[in-house]
Ligand binder design. Structure first.
Ligand SMILES: Nc1nc2c(c(=O)[nH]1)N[C@H]1C(S)=C(S)[C@@H](COP(=O)(O)OP(=O)(O)OC[C@H]3O[C@@H](n4cnc5c(N)ncnc54)[C@H](O)[C@@H]3O)O[C@H]1N2
Ligand code: MOO
Length: 412
């Protein structure tokens, strides 16, 4: 019997992050900003401009000088400045200027008074001197971003918010990573591809390959789908060999446990190198991580929930670090009370599926999505978070505190 020790989840994740960080993926291309949504930046971006690039007005109103408001509470309007105006306007002492939102603010301006705060009579404004503060309603140069500031870091995924900043800077093209190539196949004599008739009463649909393919695409990978491979050591080795020649990362589903037809670990041992094989987590105890030539390798367990959870918790951070993203070792979690009893056997860290919501008192609470077996895929249907139950913990009663990790956009 194999007695290899189980790694803790943190140990496994740290090893994965270190390996991903060291991968040095360098396949890049330059694309327009419009095409770059959801891609990973292949270079850090430093601002070519200060934003705002000139002092400008935040309001439609009147721009005034300090000495004028110390002496008068009524000022004549000497002219107007519109957004986009370039010419330095003549601004006599003892007057104000009408100014529009976004228009440049003259050098010696003290503040802009919004138009709702003044009364106008005979082309003069009257205002309350006490209410005016230095710099009020003026947006100063560099208040948002200074020229030369690092605005985005290599590896960041380009979201609409980040692209909005780049557009503000007038940047039209960015260098991004080309998709990482991931070869994917399922192992199992019992599997039929979705869309085909089940080959026998004892066959099941290869749902894992579909789910894994979809998650890989969502993470921005190019998927080389190698289909279903029978439980045969030679066939599995041949396919692994081919996969590692074509891909940066090879992912398999099934056949990583200790059954007589579980050949994936054996094949990896013969062709490459195993970093670790078993983790003290539930679901997902058998999870093989290693190398196949120049490619990295993840052997996911066949049970559908185990495959999905290990992809989310371990393969996802691996891929992000391969794209140079900086990943914190700890996920975003917080503590809430559970409204349901949770069954838990000490020995492994559980990633149960839960539904996080605000109760009628406005407190965040979590409830279980029901049965938590590794084959109960419906436990994901209503879930919006993982409930993390510590390794040595036993059963949990309703009302106790538990740690939750809300799903990121891969699962929500
Ligand atoms: N004696 C032991 N048996 C098992 C152990 C153990 O420690 N000792 N671990 C169990 C755990 S935990 C898991 S998880 C599974 C993982 O096993 P494998 O990775 O070898 O997966 P298979 O045996 O191939 O399949 C498990 C299960 O999942 C179904 N399956 C497989 N592939 C797919 C697919 N592509 N789509 C949908 N469903 C799939 C398969 O039919 C099995 O029912 O091992 C336990 N056993
Ligand atoms: O690790 Mo298995 O995934 O417990 O079913």
């Amino acid at each position: 019997m194999n007695k290899s020790p189980l790694l803790t989840f943190q140990q496994a994740k740290e090893l994965i992050l270190t390996t991903g960080n060291a991968f040095n993926y360098d396949q890049c291309k330059t694309v327009s900003l419009m095409e770059s949504i959801d891609c990973y930046l292949a270079e850090s971006i430093y601002s070519p401009l200060s934003i705002p690039s000139f002092n400008n007005s935040a309001m439609d109103g009147y721009v005034i000088r300090q000495q004028d408001i110390e002496n008068f509470s009524t000022l004549p309007i000497a002219g107007s400045i519109f957004a986009g105006d370039n010419d330095e306007i003549t601004w006599p002492k003892g007057s104000c200027l009408r100014i529009m939102t976004g228009a440049y603010v003259p050098q010696d301006a003290y503040a802009v008074i919004m138009q709702e705060k003044v009364t106008i009579q005979n082309n003069c404004i009257t205002f309350d001197q006490q209410q005016i503060k230095k710099g009020q309603n003026i947006r100063y140069i560099g208040e948002n971003i200074n020229k030369g500031d690092k605005v985005l870091t290599k590896g960041e995924r380009l979201t609409i918010g980040k692209l909005a900043t780049l557009a503000t800077l007038g940047i039209e093209q960015v260098k991004i990573y080309k998709p990482i190539k991931v070869a994917l196949f399922s192992t199992g004599n019992e599997l039929t591809s979705i869309g085909e008739d089940l080959k026998s009463n004892n066959h099941i649909y290869d749902s894992n390959r579909f789910t894994l393919h979809l998650m890989l695409k969502t993470l921005g990978c190019e998927v080389i789908d190698l289909g279903i491979i029978k439980d045969d050591l030679t066939l599995i080795k041949q396919t692994l060999q081919k996969a590692s020649e074509e891909a940066d990362l090879v992912i398999t589903s099934g056949g990583v446990s200790v059954g007589d037809a579980d050949y994936v670990k054996q094949a990896l041992e013969q062709l490459g190198h195993i970093n670790f094989w078993k983790i003290a987590i539930k679901p997902g105890k058998p999870f093989a991580f290693g190398r196949l030539g120049q490619s990295l390798f993840c052997g996911l367990p066949g049970n559908p929930v185990s495959s999905l959870v290990t992809f989310y918790q371990l393969v996802q951070p691996l891929i992000l670090t391969m794209f140079s993203q900086k990943i914190a070792p700890n996920s975003l979690t917080f503590k809430v009370k559970t409204t349901s009893n949770l069954t838990k056997t000490p020995g492994r860290l559980d990633f149960q599926r839960g539904y996080l919501y605000s109760n009628k008192n406005g407190e965040l609470v979590v409830t279980s999505t029901g049965q938590q077996g590794s084959h109960i895929t419906s436990s994901f249907d209503r879930a919006n978070c993982f409930i993390l139950l510590e390794k040595d913990r036993g059963d949990v009663l309703a009302g106790e505190w538990v740690i939750v990790e809300p799903f990121n956009k891969l699962l929500s």
